[in-house]
Write a protein that binds this ligand. Structure first.
Ligand code: FES
Length: 79
């Protein structure tokens, strides 16, 4: 597995609409799979794309309307 950069939008809109749970999901995913060395997790400010949020960027690819189910699929695709 190559290094994965995950950026979670922490702006108030994305955060309130699901990135609070998504962040927790990613943190648990990293812990459960022992991926601390493989995944770089960081937060971002609002990028003005609230309408399509919650937004998460992984290795430069933007994902919109992310929920836990979607996240599960996305993370699995990076394995
Ligand atoms: S709060 Fe995420 S794009 Fe605005």
């Amino acid at each position: 597995m190559s290094k994965i950069n995950i950026t979670v939008c922490m702006g108030s809109s994305c955060f309130a609409r699901g990135n609070d749970r998504n962040l927790e999901f990613i943190e648990n995913y990293i812990k459960d799979n022992g991926l601390e060395a493989e995944i770089d997790l960081s937060g971002a400010r609002c990028e003005g794309k609230c309408a399509t949020g919650p937004n998460i960027t992984i290795n430069g690819t933007e994902y919109h309307e992310v929920d836990e189910d979607k996240l599960q699929e996305i993370l699995a695709s990076y394995k």
